[in-house]
Ligand binder design. Structure first.
Ligand code: KG4
Ligand code: ZN
Length: 338
């Protein structure tokens, strides 16, 4: 069964065609990174306008890359939650139009569940029950996962998401946007123990996260306690200083994510750990989580590198399972920010 998936929840416009929840026939992602980089972060209104321009060419390219015609599409899947409301609306509206014109079923997909489903698209599927860590620009959450469609939320961030912290710290350090890859690169030449930064709730019994104090600690270290936006704009740092701060920050985030994931995995008695979301592309996180899960005899299944960041392939693939479970949406489907 060929499903066309659409994803527009944040700043990427994506369309993909996936067969039977497993075979990716095409996956097109049009990134807006260059546009938002000028602002040091995503501007929701700009994102919505770009999605309007991008959506049809991206859908067309996903069809031509797959060697498919519209008539070959048997269902249309769309991410309708959570995300930026204006951005989501573009994908949802396009998907409704396609579903209506093709007389094909419409299936609504949760963005975070799609990130977790990335693990089922890796070489070896996860053994369930599993513990899923979703780390992205908008979310940092731990779930107990019984299958592709069954996730019980155990905890999440009470303030900034891990990816958001990477983006904000990159902004403080005057690195490029998105901050994750820029910090990872700068950190290669730095000393991860140069700064002692707060590891909030690292040994706590609960599974919630907090990264806003960490971001503030970096700001105070770089520019002092009364730093203003102008101070960030006018800041000039030595490259060695930036490398040390980036390395220490990355080490701290990875420490917290890995330790809290392992504590939750032991507590919930799962067989596997699943890693998904944009921050799952971070190589230090992948390495540390591999080492620590191996030490505990846990299987680790990480979303393949190409499917960590936002994409429509995981949307179309997960929709196959939703379709089989009877999920159908009407043309009254709403975009939901949370
Ligand atoms: O899942 P995603 O593509 O979009 C959201 O759902 O938010 O995640 C984007 C986030 C950004 O905050 C970005 O800085 C972060 O993922 N990210 C990384 C890396 N690549 C992307 N963070 C750390 N290391 C990376 N290599
Ligand atoms: Zn995402």
């Amino acid at each position: 069964m060929k499903i066309l998936g659409i994803e527009s929840s944040c700043d990427d416009t994506a369309s993909a065609i996936v067969e039977d929840g497993a075979t990716i026939l095409s996956s097109v992602v049009s990134s807006q990174e260059d546009i938002h980089a000028a602002f040091g972060g995503i501007v929701p209104e700009v994102a919505s306008r770009k999605h309007i321009e991008n959506i049809l060419p991206v859908v067309d390219k996903s069809l031509s890359d797959a060697g498919a015609k519209l008539a070959d599409i048997e269902a249309v899947a769309v991410c309708n939650r959570p995300g930026l409301i204006g951005a989501l609306l573009i994908g949802v509206t396009a998907a409704k139009a396609l579903s209506w014109a093709l007389e094909a079923p419409l299936i609504d997909v949760d963005h975070l569940q799609a990130h977790i489903y990335g693990a089922w698209m890796a070489d070896e599927p996860p053994r369930t029950p599993a513990l899923s860590l979703v780390v992205s620009g908008g979310h940092t959450s731990l779930y107990r996962t019984e299958g592709p469609l069954e996730h019980e939320l155990l905890g999440s961030t009470v303030d900034d998401a891990a990816g958001e912290a990477f983006d904000k710290v990159a902004n403080i350090l005057k690195l490029s946007f998105p901050g994750g890859p820029a910090i990872e690169k700068a950190a290669r030449n730095g000393n991860p123990r140069a700064l002692g930064l707060p590891r909030t709730w690292i040994d706590a019994e609960h599974s919630n996260f907090s990264f806003s104090g960490l971001k503030t600690a970096v700001l105070y270290h770089c520019l002092g306690q009364n730093a203003s936006k102008d101070d960030i704009k006018n800041a000039r740092y030595r490259p060695g200083f930036v490398a040390d701060v980036a390395a220490s920050f990355q080490e701290t985030v990875v420490d917290v994510l890995v330790r809290k994931t392992c504590i939750a995995a032991e507590k919930t008695g799962v067989h596997s750990v699943i890693l998904g979301g944009g921050v799952a592309a971070n190589s230090l996180l992948r390495k540390r989580l591999s080492e620590e899960t191996a030490r505990r005899g846990l299987q680790l299944v990480m979303a393949p590198m190409g499917l960590c960041r936002d994409n429509a392939a995981t949307i179309a693939a997960l929709a196959f399972h939703l379709y089989r479970a009877g999920t159908r949406s009407g043309l009254d489907l709403e975009a939901r920010p949370s």
